[in-house]
Each structure stands twice: as C-alpha cells, then as structure tokens.
Design a protein around this ligand. Structure first.
Ligand SMILES: NC(=O)c1ccc[n+]([C@@H]2O[C@H](COP(=O)([O-])OP(=O)(O)OC[C@H]3O[C@@H](n4cnc5c(N)ncnc54)[C@H](OP(=O)(O)O)[C@@H]3O)[C@@H](O)[C@H]2O)c1
Length: 325
C-alpha cells in the first residue's frame, strides 16, 4: 500500500479507557504520523473524541465501519475494542488495505487469530500487536543484556500483575466479548514479557499448567490465576494475575550471574524500579505507548518488520487457552 503523504494517517476504533487515556495521546506524540479519524458505536461520542484529541481529517468521526474504512486518506487503524470484536474489525481493516495495530490479546480463539494474520498477509498490510511493555526503557535494557548473555544462563523467572475490579460488570468478566478476565487484562502482557525475555536462550514454551480461581463472582472467567510455563530448555516461568486485589507489580528473572527484579514496571507509565543483583538500573522514564506506535508507523513508512507480529500474538493466546482450557 502506498502512503497518501509523508505522514501516516492513523484512525482508531473504540473510544474507551485505553484509547482515550493512552493510545491517542501517545499517537499525537509520534513522529511522521497524525491522528486522523475515529469510529465509535455512537456518532456523538465519536465527534466528542475527535474534537478532544484533535483528529485531523475533515470527516473525522464515524459510526459505520464501512464508511470509516472507505476514506482513501486513512492509512492505518488502531483497534482498541473488546477482545472478541478484534477479529471482525481487523479483517475488515486489512481487506480495506489499512495497516493494523491491534490491542492485546490478538483474539479470543486460535481460528480468529489465524484469520487476522492471513488477511493481513494476503493484503500486504502490517499487523502489530500492542504489547507496550516491550517499550519500557528499563525492560529494553534488561532484554538487551539478557539476550547478549551478560547475565549468564536463565534458570527461572516470574511475573505478577494484578488489579482490583470494583465489580464484575466489565465485558472481560463475561463470555459475549471476552474470553479471559485478569489473564486478558494483564496476564497476556506477562506471557509476552517472559517469552520476550527468555525465548532466545530457552526456546519456545512447550507446556503450560495453571490453577485458576473463579469463586468470588462465580462467573466463567479467571479472577486469580497462577500459570506455569516450561520452555524448551527446561526453564520454568510463572505468572500470577488477579482482579481481586491491587499489589505492586513485580518480575524476577534469575540467571546464573544475576538476579533481575522489577517493581512497579509492569504498568502503563514506563516507571517503577529495576535492580540487578540489588544494584539499581538507571533508565529513562519514557511513555511506552509512544514507542509502540512509533515502531508501527516506522514499519509502515519504511516497509520494515514490526517488533511484535501477529504470530507472536497468536502464540500468546495459544498459551492462555492452554492455561484456561
Ligand atoms: N495495552 C494496554 O495497556 C491495554 C490496556 C487496557 C486495555 N487494552 C486492550 O484494549 C482493548 C480495549 O480495552 P479498554 O480497557 O479500553 O476497554 P473499554 O474501556 O471497555 O473500551 C472499549 C471500547 O470499545 C468500543 N466498543 C465497541 N463495541 C463494544 C461493545 N460491544 N462493548 C463494549 N465496548 C465496545 C467502545 O467504544 P465506543 O462506545 O466508542 O464504540 C468502548 O469504549 C482490549 O482489547 C484490551 O485488552 C490494552
């Protein structure tokens, strides 16, 4: 697909929490891109969102997916809607020739994830999955040192990320548009983070076991989950997620020469503390969503590979599905 101009025009589907608080404010800081238009189920909500975030198209607010995608000046779309809606919307974007930055998790079934990947491949549009933890500056330094072998051999890792839901009214708690609750909200990030860190030294995740508590609300989806993954090398990594309590997020990666600990870095703001063998790691406080969208825009403009592909998104949900089968 040829760009309309030197600038990538990016639209968004969904006007919810992450679109409003993180994604579009970040998009407005990305170089060589501009916030172009928005699709909502409600035209007034779309217009208010377009005005608030300064959408640049003359026709910048839509309630029809077909009309939104018919705009020839729209180059790319960020999809920030409930997980169960991702596949239909992403395939429609690809078939309209628009590049796709899709919020995590890619989809709620393997079949739907494969359909997205195939459509993007067939239409030759970029597909990136929004795992913003990869653009935390401290995480990037840890990944680079770990992958260079500086910490020695990895032996064990774990990540815990939780929040406290006020009730079970959110779509993630129900089957209509969700498939997991805490595991989709934050667990998928933990899986991506640990695979990103460990894959080069440890190979792919070969087996997954889990214990899942659904007892408080008694609904279909995980409230608190403990998931263990074993990598090809034999290394085991654990994740803990919950929607029942808010604890400071934490990761630990234990290698033969170093133990790396992160506190409060699994979050939205690029902050927290990282220590390596109890010594603090110096890193810059950068907005990880800006890095994530910049990587997507650069891949479109330069026709290069995105950092987190659809295949990564697919493998991630295979693990989640195995955990909560
Ligand atoms: N990477 C991250 O840090 C991060 C953080 C949070 C969420 N996410 C991901 O982003 C996506 C959206 O999550 P969110 O927390 O922003 O959700 P949210 O606050 O519920 O917003 C979702 C938006 O999707 C649109 N939508 C369309 N059909 C809908 C339906 N049937 N039910 C509900 N909403 C519908 C709505 O916008 P309109 O009313 O305008 O149509 C709604 O505001 C999810 O895939 C989630 O996993 C990522």
């Amino acid at each position: 697909m040829t760009l309309n101009s030197g600038t990538v025009n990016v639209g968004i589907i969904g006007t919810g929490r992450i679109a409003d608080s993180e994604l579009v404010p970040a998009l407005n800081q990305v170089v060589d891109a501009r916030f172009w238009s928005v699709l909502s189920r409600d035209k007034q909500r779309a217009s208010a969102f377009a005005t608030k975030h300064n959408a640049q198209s003359k026709h910048n607010a839509y309630e029809s997916l077909a009309a939104f995608l018919a705009d020839p000046s729209l180059d790319a779309v960020i999809i920030a809607t409930p997980d169960g809606l991702h596949a239909k919307q992403a395939v429609a974007c690809a078939r309209a020739g628009k590049h796709v930055l899709l919020e995590k998790p890619i989809a709620t079934t393997v079949e739907a994830a494969k359909e997205i990947c195939n459509a993007c491949l067939e239409e030759r549009v970029k597909l990136a999955i929004a795992y913003h933890m990869r653009w935390h500056h401290g995480h990037r330094q840890v990944a680079s040192m770990l992958h260079s072998g500086r910490f020695g051999k990895p032996h064990y890792a774990r990540a815990m990320w939780t929040w406290k839901a006020q009730d079970n009214s959110n779509w993630r708690a129900h089957s209509e548009h969700g498939r997991w609750w805490g595991l989709a909200g934050v667990g998928t990030h933990c899986v991506d983070f640990l695979r990103w860190m460990l894959l080069p030294a440890c190979g792919e995740v070969l087996s997954t076991t889990a214990l899942i508590d659904k007892s408080h609300y008694g609904g279909p989806h995980d409230e608190t989950a403990s998931v263990s993954m074993q990598f090809a090398s034999g290394v085991v990594a654990d994740i803990v997620t919950s929607v029942m309590f808010k604890a400071t997020s934490r990761f630990e990666i234990c290698c033969s020469n170093a133990v790396i600990v992160g506190e409060g870095t699994l979050a939205t703001n690029g902050g927290g503390i990282i220590t390596i063998n109890d010594e603090p790691l110096d890193f810059k406080l950068v907005n990880p969503y800006v890095g994530e969208i910049q990587n997507f825009v650069n891949a479109i403009a330069g026709n290069t590979r995105v950092e987190v592909s659809g295949a990564e998104g697919l493998r991630n949900i295979e693990i989640l599905l195995e955990a909560d089968s």
